[in-house]
Design a protein around this ligand. Structure first.
Ligand code: SF4
Ligand code: SF4
Length: 344
């Protein structure tokens, strides 16, 4: 994940070899970003853009969602997984339930207004401590959002999930990644056999009354209305209780590729785009990660940039209440522009 101009945290293993797993996708990703290579001068200075303009920054408004990365290991090795997860990549270690508890203790002790605890991976259900940390977060009164591919690792814990549902109801949401509304595109990204298993998991969650959502991706050349119509038909035909017109129930993400060119975000961009720093994810969230080679978990600015030392905010939530300099291509492509353009 590292790139010239920014430094991965010391001792952290990045770009671990992707899996040669039997079902890994063989061809190019259908979601590949079509753009020139990123010039080296861009995103190299947290204060100034390559043109010398003041770089945009995002202060922490309040901490609404605290994410935990449960570890990069995953049962899949998707073609463009931004975090490079696979069955063999442990660049982010399995976080331990005791480490999660320590951060939840900090929230309680300092009365931080954290509404929601998010869990992402890798595949969270591969972490042997996952059910314990999920139970802990819900038991302390937080909402919990789990990002999962809903495949075999999740299905091993049906009994425990049903118990958590009975106790906490809609305070637990499971958001399932279904990259597209067709099996062909989904499996071109996620590998053979991934479609039927994910749909089966989604049907199981829906039939049992879990609060669920789906995360999809914007396929180049396919507009949002067409995407939502495609998913709506899929959900209807599969009996899955998700309203595809609701952006909270069907979240459609823009593409990410840190190696491809994108405009840098200056302080003028907010006005040009009609956006506010407070709208951006790092204004209200942080993510705890345990990077391989580091003695303990650290707090990263957001879920999207777990390895980059420039986005490491410290060891505690108190340390992490800093403003974030938007000095990464993901800040521009994914968060601020998201398909729009800023002419500054
Ligand atoms: S399922 Fe998610 S975490 Fe796993 S490889 Fe695919 S995109 Fe990455
Ligand atoms: S990618 Fe950049 S702008 Fe987006 S949440 Fe992360 S740090 Fe903030």
């Amino acid at each position: 994940m590292g790139r010239a101009g920014r430094t991965p945290a010391q001792g952290v293993q990045v770009n671990a070899p992707r899996s040669k797993s039997r079902n890994a996708p063989a061809g190019p990703s259908p979601f590949a970003v079509d753009a020139a290579s990123l010039p080296r001068a861009k995103f190299s200075d947290p204060e100034r853009t390559a043109k010398g303009e003041a770089r945009a920054k995002v202060p922490l408004t309040w901490l609404d969602t605290l994410w935990f990365n449960t570890g990069t290991l995953c049962n899949l090795a998707c073609a463009t997984c931004y975090i490079e997860s696979s069955p063999t990549n442990d660049a982010l270690l399995f976080i331990r339930a005791a480490d999660v508890a320590a951060y939840l203790d900090e929230i309680a002790a300092t009365c931080l207004p954290v509404r929601e605890i998010g869990f992402t991976g890798g595949e969270p259900f591969m972490n042997p401590d996952f059910i314990a940390m999920l139970t802990d977060a819900l038991g302390r009164g937080h909402e919990a959002l789990v990002l999962s591919n809903a495949m075999k690792p999740m299905r091993r814990y049906e009994t425990q999930l049903l118990a958590l549902l009975a106790r906490h109801g809609a305070r637990l949401t499971i958001r399932v990644s279904l990259d597209h509304h067709t099996s062909a595109v989904h499996e071109a990204e996620r590998g053979r056999g991934s479609w039927d298993a994910a749909l089966d998991g989604l049907r199981w969650l829906s039939a049992n009354g879990f609060a669920i959502a789906v995360a999809g991706r914007m396929l180049p050349g396919e507009g949002e209305a067409d995407e939502r119509a495609g998913y709506a038909e899929l959900f209807r035909s599969q009996g899955i209780g998700i309203d595809a017109a609701d952006p909270a129930q069907l979240v459609l993400f823009p593409e990410m590729d840190e190696a491809k060119d994108i405009a840098e975000i200056t302080t003028d961009c907010w006005q040009i785009l009609g956006k506010s720093p407070a709208d951006i994810m790092c204004a209200t969230s942080r993510m705890v990660v345990h990077r391989k080679g580091e003695p303990a978990p650290r707090v990263a600015a957001c879920t999207l940039i777990p390895y980059d030392h420039g986005f490491d905010m410290g060891a505690t939530l108190a340390d992490a209440a800093l403003e974030v300099s938007l000095n990464h291509p993901h800040c521009a492509r994914f968060c601020v522009l998201g398909g729009a353009s800023c002419s500054a």
